[in-house]
Structure formats: C-alpha cells, structure tokens
Design a protein around this ligand. Structure first.
Ligand code: SF4
Length: 371
C-alpha cells in the first residue's frame, strides 16, 4: 500500500538501525512527544533495537491522558443532567473521573453519545432542539481545527443548544516545561507529525535555539521514527540544534494555514492544567469572548473545581518521562486496561496501555533475568 508498506519495510528498518548505532558515539536520550509514536516504538520494539545508542523516553502527547480530572468531573456532571446530550470521542468514555466514568453515567441512563466528529455533535443539536448538546472538545492542535469549525458553524447556523466543554492543550509550552525541569534528561525531541501538519514548525525554532536541543518533526510508521531518530542523533553528534522535518510527505514549515487561522479566530491561549503534571502557563486553548455563548462551562455555570489526583496513579511521572509505565507499582496488577486506575492505561495512545499490550512480556523477561 502506497505511503504505508514502504514505511514498514524490514530491510530499510535494519539499515536505519545500523546507521543510528554507527553514528552514535554515546547513549543519547530523546523524547517522542506523541502517544501514537510511543505505540509504534513499543509495539515494534524499536527501543530494544537501538540498544546503547539511544534511550527513548515517552512524552505527554496523549490527549486523553492529559485531560485534567477537573474537566472529566465536569463532563460527568453535564452527562448526568436530564436536559443534556453529552457527545464525545469514544476514547474519553472510560477515562476515570473522581467517582466514575462516562460509560458508567451512560449505564445509569445519561445520554452519552459517541461521535466521530464535532460536526456530528452539531447535527445532533439541530436534530434535538429540546435538548442541550455538549461536545467534549479535547486534544492537541490536531483536533482544534475541527472543533473550531463546529463552533464557527454553530454561530453561523444559529444553533443555540450547542456548546463545547473545552480542554485543549498545545505542545510547545509542554516541551518548555519538560526542558525547564531541574531533573530533565531530554537531549532531543521527535515532534508529532500530525500536530505539525496543522501548525507547521515555526513555533519550535525558538525552543531549539534557546535550549540548544534538536527537534525533528517525525511521522508515525517505524521507518519514520527510525529516520527521525537518525536525524536527531546526527545533530547531537555534530553539536547542532535545529528543527528538521522528517515527515516531508505531510508537513510544511507554515503548516495548514486555513486551519491555523480558524483556530486563532475561535480560540485564544490560556493557562491549562495537565492531568498528573499541573498547570503549564499558556498551554491551553479557550474560546474567545465572541464565542462565549458556546462555552459549556459558562452556560451551565460549572465554575472552578479543584480535585485531588489519586495518589496511587503515577501518570504524572509517566507523562514527563520520569518513570517507565512498567515501573509503576500498580502496572498490570491493580491497573489494567480492563480496570484502569489512570488515563494512560485507557487511551489508545496511552504509554501504560502500550506497555501493557505490547511490551509487558519483554519487560517481565528483563526483570526475571535480573532477579
Ligand atoms: S500503570 Fe496505571 S496507575 Fe500506573 S501510571 Fe499507568 S495508568 Fe497510572
């Protein structure tokens, strides 16, 4: 299949692994930002193939995982209201809130609907004028354009019973927060190709220059990731710190300008709390004042809520790359995909789910050999 099978070619992968190992004169530490990349790395065993050349640590780029507990609790409160149809992408349904999840609210009679697009939620509002339809607008810069479009269309069409519960986050402030941490180990980043398809990479240039860290815009297939790692290792060995683009088949420096423009017209930057990590200044998107009528938090008077994260879940350490998922004491015992304690075990992009589904037997073997 064009644009797929050639990026999974074992011969090309083998050659890239050799090139990386031949280029590296020491072990470099790099972080892939995106949860989709984490899944490819763990599923394909790329970390093991790289041996002593590169240590990959997994970043906070799983949108489901970083949606703060407060926003999940607000979603649960809205979904339980008899006057509300709560629409969401399917992977948010099993994310644990303080007491339950959206799936449990649905089992108790809440009108929770899975949709594939925010425009489907808007259509739901048009078809149910006697109900309030709220869409759970989560994710990074990748989902923001479609959510912005839904709000824009709702205003254009005059749909008063549609609103969005916004929990958007953006990547560059999170990269800065990781690099600013006193215990940071990241020496290079693989930036998420789909985020850059929308946003381009100009936002990364000052980060690369200021922190002297290579950033390689990278795709999601095994060859993409190995090539991105090779680019980053070459920069590290040369003492360079630039933004390079591996994902040339999808990304340009300017990104998708109409999508960026729509996002900028509908949303503005604001401080945002990340689940397990805490507040990162300027890392969130909220609706601009002219779209306030579509803000579910204002419409339903949800206000400020502060809740404590469950102490047992070490998601914050996992999302910052301080802890590998299998090093969490609850991993695979009290926390499994069937009975998750935290979002990284639920999401299709979560690092804990990746290790559980693809990596746990390898890790168990390693633990067994050493003990
Ligand atoms: S294994 Fe479970 S409890 Fe541990 S960090 Fe991951 S999601 Fe949280």
């Amino acid at each position: 299949m064009r644009y797929l099978s050639e990026y999974r070619d074992p011969e090309v992968a083998r050659s890239l692994v050799h090139q990386i190992r031949d280029t590296a004169t020491r072990r470099w530490v790099m972080m892939e930002v995106c949860g989709g990349q984490t899944h490819t790395i763990v599923k394909q065993g790329l970390g093991e193939l790289l041996g002593d050349a590169v240590e990959m640590i997994h970043g906070p780029g799983c949108p489901v995982c970083v949606t703060p507990l407060e926003q999940i609790d607000k979603a649960l409160a809205l979904a339980a209201r008899p006057d509300v149809i709560f629409a969401s992408f399917g992977d948010m349904l099993r994310v644990p809130g303080s007491d339950c999840d959206l799936q449990q609210v649905r089992a108790r009679g809440g009108a929770v609907r899975v949709v594939y697009s925010p425009l489907d939620a808007l259509a739901l509002a048009q078809a149910n004028p006697d109900k309030e339809v709220v869409f759970f607008a989560v994710g990074f810069e990748t989902t923001a354009p479609a959510n912005a479009m839904a709000v824009w269309r709702a205003r254009e069409l005059g749909v008063p019973n549609f609103s969005v519960l916004v929990s958007h986050v953006t990547v560059p402030p999170a990269m800065r927060a990781i690099l600013d941490a006193p215990d940071n180990r990241v020496q290079a980043f693989l930036a998420a190709g789909h985020v850059c398809t929308v946003m381009g990479w100009t936002e990364y240039e000052p980060i690369a220059a200021e922190y002297r860290v290579p950033i390689v815009v990278t795709g999601f297939e095994p060859i993409d990731i190995l090539e991105g790692i090779h680019f980053a290792v070459r920069q590290l060995e040369d003492g360079r710190h630039e933004v390079e683009n591996q994902y040339v088949r999808a990304v340009t420096r300017a990104g998708t300008v109409p999508a960026r423009s729509l996002v900028e017209q509908v949303f503005r930057l604001a401080d945002r709390k990340w689940r397990g990590i805490g507040e990162i200044p300027g890392s969130g998107l909220v609706l601009r004042d002219e779209f306030a009528a579509f803000d579910a938090e204002a419409k339903f008077g949800l206000g400020d809520v502060t809740v404590e994260e469950p102490a047992e879940c070490r998601a914050g350490d996992v999302l910052r790359g301080r802890l590998k998922p299998h090093q969490c004491p609850a991993f695979g015992s009290r926390c499994t995909p069937e009975h998750p304690l935290g979002a990284p075990m639920v999401s299709s992009e979560g690092a804990c789910a990746a290790y559980y589904n693809y990596g746990r037997f390898r890790e168990m073997e390693v633990v067994g050999r050493g003990s």
